[in-house]
Design a binder for this molecule. Structure first.
Ligand code: B12
Ligand code: SF4
Length: 488
C-alpha cells in the first residue's frame, strides 16, 4: 500500500555503470531516449505531475519527493538502480522496478522495491495502476497478455529531445522469432508470445507523429514478420523518411522485403553475423545464419546503398587465437561499413548462462562487468586474457585508417567509397567533436546534418529515395556520417 496519495510520479533510467568508466563514449549514450519509460508513462493519469529523467544525459535530482517512482533496470545499471530505489523508499515513496534484469533475477530486485514487474509492461503496468488506486497493489506482476493493439500514444513530450541525437527511436514489434542461446529474448518473453507486431496502421500513425525525417527502429528484428514488414514499408513510401534498423542474415536473403525497405528509406542495417564459424553458429543456436552466404548478404545490401553495421561475438566455444584476425580481415575485405564486437556474455536467464553455470565456467556475478567488454566466464580454446586482448585489438584494427580506406575501396564507385570512409571515420574518429557538442548541449544541431548525410546514400541506391544531401560539405559528412551505427 502506498503511504500517501499519488500526485507526483518520477520515471528514472539510471546510468549504466560503464557510463562512468574510461571506456565510456558519451555519444553512444546520448543517442536514444528512454523509450520504454515513455511508453509506460502513457498509462499514467496526465493530470499527475510526471517527470522522466535519464541519468546518461542529465544529473539526477535525488532531493525531490515523488510519491511513485518507476525505475528501469538493465544488467549494468542494476546496482545503481537498487541504490536509487532504496533512497526513495527511505523517503516514503512507492517504488516499482522492471525491465530486463528484474525479469532475469526477480529475487535479487524484490528487496529493493514495493512492486516488481517481469516482462513487457504494456499490460501489467496499467493493471498495477488500477490496483494501486484501489489500494491493493501486488508485490509482483508477470506479463502474460502480449499484444500491441490499442496502445496509448507514447508520452514523447516527457523526453528532452534536444539532448539526444536520435530522439525519433521507435519500436513497432517486440521480441524476435529466433532463439539464440546468448540472447535475452527467451527469458524476457517467457510465459507468453515472444514475437509480436503492432498493427501496420498504428505503426504508420506513430511514424506520422514523429517530427523530422530520420527514424531509428530499435526492433530486435525489423524484418521478423515479412508480411508486416512489407506492408509497413509500402505504407512508408512517399513519407519522405530515412531510417535505420536491424535484421537477420536469412531475412535479407529471403525475399523482397529488403528492397521494399530500401524504397521506403532504409539507409543502414545492423546485421548479426556473430561468427564466421559454422560450429560457432550451431553452438549459439543461430540457425538462421547457418548455410547462408555472408558475401551475398553484403552484396545485396551494398547494391541497395544500405550501409552495414556488422555485429560479431568473440569467445564462442571453438574460437581460437586466430579468430580476431580472421573476423576483422573478413569484415574489412567485405566492405562492412562499421562493426560492433562483443565478448560473449552469459546474461542471467539465458540458456547460455544455464549451460555455463552447469559447467562451472562462470567466474563472477559482478553485474557491472556484464557489459560485453569483459570476460566473465572461462572460455575454451583461448585464455581470458587472450580473449580480452583480441577483442580490444579487433576494434583498433577495424577502425585504423588503413582498414577504413581498404574497406571503403571495395565499393564499385569512388563516391560510394568516399561515403563509406566518412561514415566509419565519423563514428570512431571524431570523439572530441561529439563530446564537445554534448557538453554544450548542441547535439541536436547535428540532426539535420545526419538526416542529410543519410539521404545522400540514397543517390547510389536502387531504392532511389530522394537525396537531400547536396548541401552537406565533406567535413560535415566526416563528422556526421552514421553517428548511430553502435546498435547494441
Ligand atoms: C536502445 C538500446 C540501447 C541503448 C539504451 C538507451 C536507452 N535510452 O534506453 C544503448 C545504446 C545505451 C544500449 C547499450 C547497450 N546495450 Co542495448 N539495447 C537497446 C535496444 C535496441 C532497445 C531498447 C528499447 O528501447 N526497447 C523498446 C522499449 C519499448 O522496451 P524496453 O526498454 O525493454 O521497455 C519495456 C520493458 O522492458 C518494460 N520495462 C522496462 N522498465 C520497466 C520498469 C517498470 C516499472 C515496468 C512496469 C516495466 C518496465 O516495459 C517496457 C514496455 O514494454 C535493446 C533491444 C530491444 N529491442 O529492446 C538493446 C538491449 C537492451 N541492449 C543490450 C546490450 C547487450 C547492450 C550493451 C551491453 C551493448 C554493448 N556491448 O555496448 C550496451 C550496454 C547495456 C548494458 N550495459 O546493460 C541487450 C541487453 C541484454 C541484457 N540481458 O541486458 C539488448 C536486449 C539487445 C539484445 N538483443 O541483446 N542499448
Ligand atoms: S536473432 Fe538477435 S534478437 Fe533474435 S534471438 Fe537471436 S540475438 Fe536475439
Amino acid at each position: 500500500m502506498p503511504s500517501r496519495p499519488i500526485r507526483r510520479v518520477k520515471l528514472i533510467l539510471p546510468a549504466l555503470t560503464e557510463a562512468t568508466s574510461p571506456f565510456w563514449r558519451p555519444i553512444k549514450y546520448s543517442l536514444f531516449p528512454p523509450l520504454g519509460l515513455a511508453t509506460l508513462a502513457a498509462y499514467l493519469d496526465p493530470e499527475l505531475e510526471i517527470t522522466l529523467q535519464d541519468e546518461h544525459v542529465e544529473r539526477l535530482d535525488l532531493d525531490d519527493d515523488p510519491d511513485l517512482v518507476v525505475i528501469q533496470v538493465y544488467i549494468t545499471n542494476a546496482y545503481r538502480a537498487y541504490r536509487i530505489a532504496d533512497h526513495y523508499r527511505a523517503r516514503g515513496a512507492y517504488v516499482v522496478l522492471g525491465g530486463l534484469h528484474v525479469t532475469s533475477l526477480p529475487g535479487e530486485a524484490a528487496p529493493h522495491a514495493d512492486t516488481i514487474f517481469l516482462g513487457p509492461g504494456e499490460h501489467t503496468f496499467p493493471q498495477f495502476l488500477r490496483d494501486l488506486e484501489a489500494g491493493t497493489p501486488l508485490s509482483r506482476y508477470g506479463s502474460a497478455t502480449r499484444t500491441l493493439e490499442e496502445l496509448p500514444p507514447i508520452r514523447r513530450d516527457l523526453i528532452r529531445r534536444r539532448l539526444y541525437l536520435v530522439p525519433n527511436s521507435i519500436v513497432v514489434s517486440r521480441g524476435c522469432p529466433h532463439h539464440c542461446t546468448f540472447c535475452y529474448k527467451d527469458a524476457f518473453f517467457a510465459g507468453g508470445r515472444s514475437f509480436y507486431t503492432q498493427r501496420v496502421d498504428s505503426a504508420l500513425a506513430e511514424i506520422g507523429r514523429l517530427p523530422g525525417r530520420h527514424l531509428y527502429f530499435l526492433d530486435d528484428h525489423l524484418f521478423g514478420n515479412s508480411r508486416f514488414a512489407r506492408e509497413l514499408f509500402r505504407g512508408m513510401r512517399g513519407m519522405g523518411r530515412i531510417f535505420q534498423g536491424a535484421a537477420t542474415v536469412d531475412s535479407i536473403l529471403r525475399d523482397d522485403v529488403v528492397e521494399e525497405a530500401a524504397a521506403a528509406g532504409l539507409r543502414s542495417l545492423f546485421v548479426g553475423f556473430e561468427t564466421l564459424s559454422r560450429d560457432g553458429l550451431a553452438g549459439a543456436g543461430k540457425r538462421q545464419n547457418l548455410g547462408r552466404s555472408y558475401e551475398e548478404v553484403v552484396r545485396r545490401l551494398d547494391d541497395l546503398g544500405i550501409m552495414i553495421n556488422g555485429s560479431f561475438v568473440f569467445g564462442l566455444d571453438g574460437d581460437d587465437r586466430d579468430v580476431f584476425r580472421r573476423t576483422v580481415d573478413w569484415a574489412v575485405r567485405s566492405g562492412i561499413t562499421t562493426a560492433t564486437f562483443h565478448i560473449l556474455t552469459p546474461y542471467p536467464g539465458t540458456s547460455l548462462h544455464a549451460d555455463m553455470a552447469a559447467q562451472d565456467r562462470l567466474v563472477t556475478r559482478d553485474w557491472d562487468l556484464y557489459d560485453t567488454r569483459h570476460v566473465v566466464y572461462r572460455p575454451i580454446g583461448l585464455s581470458p586474457d587472450e580473449l580480452k586482448r583480441g577483442y580490444d585489438w579487433s576494434y583498433r584494427a577495424f577502425y585504423r585508417w588503413g582498414s577504413i580506406f581498404r574497406a571503403a575501396s571495395t565499393h564499385a564507385s569512388a563516391k560510394h567509397a568516399l561515403k563509406h570512409a566518412a561514415y566509419s571515420a565519423g563514428w570512431k574518429k571524431f570523439e572530441r567533436a561529439w563530446n564537445l557538442l554534448i557538453r554544450i548541449q548542441q547535439l541536436s544541431q547535428m540532426r539535420p546534418v545526419l538526416e542529410a548525410v543519410l539521404s545522400s546514400v540514397g543517390e547510389d541506391s536502387a531504392g532511389g529515395v530522394e537525396g537531400a544531401a547536396e548541401t552537406v560539405t565533406p567535413s560535415s559528412r566526416a563528422i556526421a556520417r552514421d553517428p548511430v551505427p553502435g546498435r547494441p
